[in-house]
Design a protein around this ligand. Sequence first.
Ligand code: PLP
Length: 438
Amino acid sequence: MSHVFPRHSKSTLLTATGGDGCYLIDSTGRRILDCGDAAVSCLGHSNARVIKAVQDQVAKIAFAHTGFMTSEPAEALADLLIEKAPGDLDRVYFVSGGSEATEAAIKLARQYYLETGQPERRRVIARKQSYHGNTLGALSAGGNAWRRTQFAPLLIEMTHIAPCYEYAEKPEGESAHAYGQRVANELEEEILRLGPETVMAFMAEPVVGATLGAVTAVDGYYKRIREICDQYGVLLILDEVMCGMGRTGHLFACDYDGIAPDILCIAKGLGAGYQPIGAMLCTRHIYDSIAQGSGFFQHGHTYVGHPVATAAALAVVQELTEHDLPTRAGVMGDRLQSALELAFGQHPHIGDIRGRGLFRGLEIVASRETKAPFDPSLGLAGKIKKLALENGLICYPMSGTRDGKNGDHILLAPPFIIEDAQIDELVEKLSKTLKTVI
Ligand code: PLP
């Protein structure tokens, strides 16, 4: 009997014993194509450079508390990230994962307004159908009812506007541009409703991952969001925990939209699974407000800036940038989209095939005409996950929430090293799975 406390206690887990490129290997020697694992493995499972970086660093120095010392890999990684980051992002605060990054971002926004003499700014606006992590602050920002309900009495009060979700929510007859501007303007309406002097930040995922399944915003939406934030002095926090680090075909997902946030959160692809690490990047102006004010960011965890984690991430970012892997993710992502359209474009229960780069989603519908989701009690996402694994494929099926009505989708986020033959394998295994379930 296992003494590990698993998340799903009613199912038995395979034991991972190895990894080889895009494949995970279980204890029976079976090779499983990894096209999901929550969009972590951007370099696959056996990247020699990252493995060596971890080995070398652990042999040098594994841990030095950042209250006393910085480390060479943390400094080098921060420099590299800032060299590549958009806009005025100038400082990097390292954490251990995505929830810690968004949690830290919320606290940084609050402290910024305290340091700059606007203590009444304390409200965060986020979006319905979003996910920003599972710690209580991050969960408060998230709009996914399924994740929030049990903990609702413990959550911080935050308000949520509509996401930009063209497939499901744009009325027929409205242009994509007009729709994007209209839903972006919901932010302005919400700021005015709450009182601009009370709002400190707006948080959003540039491409919505876990909750909706690779939903991109229409062109112009984020430009308008940026304008509104600037107009009312509201900090823009972009959560690129899942969609960042090259996954969308750009090193940072917001590069596509041509805007830069005040605070940027990254995680999964940063460590690529080799070490748990996340980061929060902020502008020089925000950093200076603290550096020239109290001089102390009132937030921190023991493993902030861990030398082995930052060494792994440094090697990951070097791999990504030196081999231009984000561009490869864009090219292979287009091929994946074409292959998915060929296989499922006419499927009666696949309503939409979407995404950017190697971040793709399929929306499952009961009817293509009405776009109505299946009854959530059918548990389709769980069935697809289980059967796909039996068929040798890891993907990420989820139940979404369309304002309370669950809609299922499948998120696909393979490593950037995926080859054409593995795209074929992915589509074949997914077809076999879906034939049985829908
Ligand atoms: N933000 C987004 C957009 C995510 O997709 C996730 C995880 O899926 C998180 C935050 C939380 O990250 P973590 O699970 O590393 O805490």
